[in-house]
Each structure stands twice: as C-alpha cells, then as structure tokens.
Design a protein around this ligand. Structure first.
Ligand code: ZN
Length: 243
C-alpha cells in the first residue's frame, strides 16, 4: 500500500500547476500509488469551488483520494474558521495547509496563528510548507507552534526541501508532534531521518506527478525492510491523518 501524502488537484495561480483528475489517476497507475492526500492549488481563482471539486473526487473514489484544505492566512479569522469547519466537518477533509512562502506568512506570524487555532479545535493536523522560501519556510519556525499546541500534529512538508533537511530533523527531534513528509529532500537526508527518527515519524509524498518516480527511487535506494516501507508509505500518514 502506497499513499502519497502530498499532491495537488487543479489550478494554482502562484505555482502554475493544474493537474486534472485524469493526470492524478495516470501517475498513480504508472507508479503503483494506491491513494493520495490532495490539496487544492495554493491560490486557486475560487478556493470554495476548488475545494468542492476536490471533495467530489474524494466521493467518486472513496479510500483513494483524501482532502486537505488550503486558504490564504490573510482571510479574516471568522471567515477562515467557517471555511475550515465546512471542509473538515461537512466534507471530511483530513488536514489544513499553511504555505507560508506563497503568502509571506511564517508559522510564527500573527496571521498564521488562526490556522493552528482552527486545526487544534477541529482535531486535524496542519501541513506546513518548508524548504524553499526562507525565512518563512524555515523548519524551526514550527517548534514554538508545536510547543504551544501539544495535541496538534504538525507535518513539515518537504522536510526542509534539501537545504534545510538537518533543521527539519532537529525540529522533529525537539517536538514529538512534528512529522516529516519527505518530497524534495535529499536521499541522504532521508537516510538520516530513518536512522535518527525512525519510520513512525516519516511519510512519503511527491508534490507533483512528474516527481513520483524520483521520490520512490529515493526510498528504494535505502533498502529498508518491508515493515519500514509499509510504515513510511502508508502507516505514518494513516495514523497522523486519522484515515
Ligand atoms: Zn505542494
């Protein structure tokens, strides 16, 4: 069983991606990926419509696609909370996302606080982009948040993105409620994560369909045990996302 814990559906006005349901089904079929946690684009033209489209796909393919909700951290607090309550309670979405780099809003910024408050209330994890886009994307900026919200599970997307892999490791070593999603990290970072943290804190992700083969090759190069693969490819994400 392989679950991709980081993929996007539909248009993204910031990053220029726009993968359709057919694109997603094709890369999963090609690489033997069974399920995916999908975010909308970070900035779609209409976030509610993009979220509804993602929801429709989760209903069409139960157990194959799961949703994670994205909304600008500049959305007023009451409006942000109402949107996320709808996404989690009505649509069954599994996580909220902070892309601080895209919005120039670090996890430690006042405008990002509503994301952690809301996720903590709703009992779902927050995915934080890390790696490119420092200083907002520095992994260590999640540490004070993880300490302020000890029940909240935090997933560091891209585990520092290569340049900041060591810092992502320190963040996860410092806080037990921090987990690492490993798309775009180096294979040597991945090896150090497995050796230092263990697989219960790691989850496989790809971010874009073109990257899936690369991400799988990184894991396969490490020649892990079947049990370790099962944990990184599915077990950690299933536990953290409450699938
Ligand atoms: Zn992404």
């Amino acid at each position: 069983m392989i679950l991709d814990a980081h993929m996007h559906l539909g248009e993204d006005l910031i990053f220029g991606t726009n993968d359709s349901p057919a694109d997603l089904l094709a890369y999963m079929n090609e690489h033997g990926i069974d399920a995916a946690l999908l975010q909308t684009g970070i900035l779609p033209a209409d976030p509610r419509a993009a979220t509804q489209r993602l929801y429709a796909l989760t209903r069409q393919y139960p157990g194959k696609f799961f949703g994670a909700a994205v909304l600008s951290p500049y959305t007023p607090q009451a409006q942000y909370e109402a949107f996320m309550r709808w996404a989690v309670c009505d649509l069954g979405f599994k996580a909220l996302k902070l892309q601080g780099f895209a919005f120039c809003a670090a996890p430690s910024s006042p405008q990002a606080r509503k994301i952690f408050d809301t996720a903590d209330q709703l009992g779902v994890p927050v995915i934080i982009h890390t790696g490119n886009g420092v200083p907002t994307a520095l992994p260590s900026l999640a540490i004070p948040i993880a300490r302020d919200f000890p029940r909240l599970k935090i997933i560091l997307a891209h585990a520092g993105g290569g340049m900041y892999g060591a810092e992502a490791l320190v963040a996860a070593q410092t806080c037990e409620n921090i987990f690492l999603e490993t798309s775009w990290c180096t294979v040597l970072d991945l090896k150090s994560f497995v050796q230092t943290l263990g697989c219960t804190r790691l989850m496989f992700g790809t971010d874009v369909p073109l990257n899936a083969g690369v991400e799988l090759a990184k894991y396969r190069a490490l020649r892990l045990s079947d049990r370790q693969y099962e944990q990184c490819f599915y077990g950690t994400a299933a536990a953290v996302l409450n699938l």
